[in-house]
Structure formats: structure tokens, C-alpha cells
Design a protein around this ligand. Structure first.
Ligand code: PLP
Length: 345
């Protein structure tokens, strides 16, 4: 088998920044320990690359959403350190939990029943204090099937931690009540943004995700969080346009004068959605505006500020998440998780 030639696009991960972000969030969590949300392939950045870094930085509690995500994570950590947020809704999922040693997060009376009937044992419990997603209702906590669970982490999830307002305090208070109703080893409420809300939100364990990977959901986190994901692609062709030439599908850009443009190996199949049309790539200090519509596998950019750029040179898509979110209208979460399979570290 012949090896594939080098990539013309790449996700450059700043590993030091990832480790530093975990340490910063752990420090900001005060007396609590920071865990790590590693669902969705570490928010699109790659479990194989990110997990060892988070583990070496000191993280010991890892959160995924699906059972299908367990195998990739347990290649790097003990399965008892993996919490599966969707929990076990049927026997197959409970058996998979037992076989792998990953721990289910129980979200309903029915899940609690499934887990108990399959043999019980250590589990986590999610209580809904106002997001109305997964999670037991506080009114259900007195049920004997809940009271008989062996609960390690009792958790709830904040709906609006990235905003100011009364909702956060209301959820925090509700969680205080809940904590008195279910015996448990550790309590956990805060996601990334929740960490910035202060000690009342920290409990024993925090669960940052977005901010580990460079997202800044609240201004208080900005100073401690560094960009992790850098999106880069090669210039695969230079071409000259004449006045009147139209660029890309539907001719959305029309040259008004002769100009040099570049074709860059990055498209919406890589997660660079059409929301990026009108934004600019960058090479050193040169701005290279994206011309016309983003295609599946390429974008066209204006090379007038980079007359010396050669085919094969690498170009950066500015991917500082708060800025990119402002520019595209995509959320910082979407900007990470949308990144495509061809864009790997
Ligand atoms: C995704 C998730 C997190 C992490 O949230 P961020 O906002 O990315 O920090 C924490 N807890 C639960 C239950 C989650 O689903």
C-alpha cells in the first residue's frame, strides 16, 4: 500500500494551551476539582490527541454523552473515570456499562430501574433544576429506586451560566436542596461558564468543556483561557482575474479590476460553513478576504495583500473562538464541533 501524500489542510492543536486551560479552570474551581467534558470527540478536536494531555495535566473525571464514545476514551484512562451523560435506557446499555466499567449518569426513574435490575453498583445521578433536558425531577428523588442507588456524583446542569440574571442563583439554590435529598459522594453543578460564577457553584467537581478547548463563554474567563484549535490550509492554486470575472457558485463575487486570487483547500465539508463567506483568511499580517461562496472543498481568497504567496504555502483561518463567533454568527460550541473529519491534528 502506498502512503497518502501530505495533507493540504490541518488542525494545529496547541497542546500546551489545552493543558494550561485545564489547569486554569482547575485553579478557578477553588476547592473543587475540575473534570473534563470530552464528549463529541473532545468537541471535535480529537480524543486521541486531547485525552492524554488532559490526563497529564491532572484531570481524573471525564464526561461523554454516548456509550459509543466510551471505547475511544478508555484507551487512555481507567473506565471508572468515564461518566456517560445519556445514561442507560435499556438492558443493552446497562450491560455495556458493566462490561466496560464506564459509569452511567442516571437521568430518570426508568434509567434507575434499568440500572438496579441489571445489578446496580456505582453510578452518577443528574437532577434537572431548570434546564428541562435530561435529568430527574426533584420530586422524584424520594422514590425508593433512587434512594437505593450507589451515587458517586450527584449533578445538575446550568441553563444560562453564560448570562447574568436570576436563573443561575435559582438553579444553585435548587441544587442545594437536592443535595440534601440524595446520599452521594460528590456534588457537581458548574460547566465552564459556571466556574466563573463563584464558589457557591463549585461544590466538589466542576465539568468544563468549551473553555478547555479555547472557548470563552464569560468575560471573567478570558484572561485564563488560550486558543487551542488553529485551522490552517494550503494555497493550492494562484490565478489571475480580469475585471468582470465571477468567482464560485452563483458568481457571488465579481472582480472590479484585474486581481490575483488564491484557491485554498478548505470548505464546508471541513466545517468551514458558508457563514464564513465575507470573512478573511490570514497569512502573517496580510488579510486575505474570502471571495464569493464557500464551496465543499475550497474557498477563493483575495491575494492582493500577499503578492509573494506561493502554491503550497500555508494560510490560517482566524479561529479565536469569541472573535470567530462574532464574525460568523455561529456559537463557540458549533465552531468547534462542526470541524470535519478531514481536518485532523
Ligand atoms: C457538555 C456538558 C458540560 C460542559 O459544558 P461547557 O459549557 O462546554 O463547559 C458539562 N456538563 C454537562 C452535563 C454537559 O452536557
Amino acid at each position: 500500500m502506498i502512503e497518502a501524500p501530505p495533507l493540504t489542510l490541518r488542525l494545529r492543536l496547541d497542546k500546551e494551551a489545552l493543558a494550561s486551560n485545564w489547569r486554569a479552570l482547575d485553579a478557578m474551581s477553588g476547592a473543587a476539582r475540575a473534570g473534563a467534558a470530552v464528549k463529541a470527540n473532545c468537541y471535535g478536536l480529537g480524543i486521541a490527541e486531547c485525552l492524554p494531555i488532559l490526563r497529564e495535566a491532572g484531570a481524573t473525571d471525564f464526561f461523554v454523552a454516548h456509550w459509543s464514545e466510551v471505547d475511544a476514551v478508555r484507551a487512555h484512562v481507567d473506565p471508572s473515570q468515564i461518566a456517560v451523560l445519556h445514561g442507560c435506557s435499556n438492558t443493552a446499555e446497562a450491560q455495556f456499562a458493566r462490561a466496560t466499567g464506564a459509569i452511567p449518569v442516571i437521568n430518570s426513574l426508568r434509567q434507575a430501574q434499568v440500572w438496579s435490575e441489571s445489578g446496580g453498583g456505582p453510578c452518577h445521578v443528574m437532577v434537572d433544576t431548570g434546564i428541562n433536558r435530561l435529568g430527574l425531577r426533584p420530586a422524584d428523588l424520594g422514590d425508593s429506586v433512587i434512594q437505593s442507588l450507589e451515587v458517586d456524583i450527584l449533578m445538575s446542569h446550568l441553563a444560562c451560566a453564560d448570562e447574568d440574571g436570576a436563573y443561575n442563583a435559582a438553579q444553585q439554590k435548587a441544587f442545594d436542596t437536592v443535595r440534601g435529598q440524595v446520599p452521594h459522594t460528590r456534588a457537581s453543578l458548574a460547566n465552564s461558564a459556571g466556574i466563573a460564577l463563584g464558589p457557591a457553584y463549585h461544590h466538589d467537581l466542576t465539568r468544563p468543556g468549551l473553555a478547555l478547548y479555547g472557548g470563552v463563554p464569560r468575560a471573567e474567563l478570558a484572561a485564563g483561557i488560550r486558543q487551542v484549535a488553529h485551522v490552517e490550509a494550503a494555497l493550492i492554486q494562484r490565478r489571475e482575474l480580469n475585471a468582470g470575472d465571477r468567482v464560485g457558485y452563483n458568481g457571488r463575487y465579481i472582480a472590479t479590476a484585474p486581481m490575483d486570487v488564491g484557491i485554498v483547500s478548505l470548505g464546508y465539508a471541513d466545517g468551514i460553513l458558508r457563514a464564513w463567506s465575507g470573512q478573511a483568511l490570514r497569512h502573517g499580517s496580510a488579510e486575505l478576504p474570502i471571495l464569493g461562496t464557500v464551496s465543499m472543498d475550497m474557498v477563493v481568497c483575495d491575494l492582493r495583500q500577499a503578492p509573494d504567496l506561493q502554491e503550497g504555502d500555508w494560510i490560517e483561518l482566524p479561529y479565536d473562538l469569541p472573535t470567530a463567533s462574532q464574525a460568523t454568527g455561529l456559537s463557540q460550541y458549533e465552531l468547534l464541533t462542526v470541524l470535519g473529519r478531514r481536518l485532523t491534528a
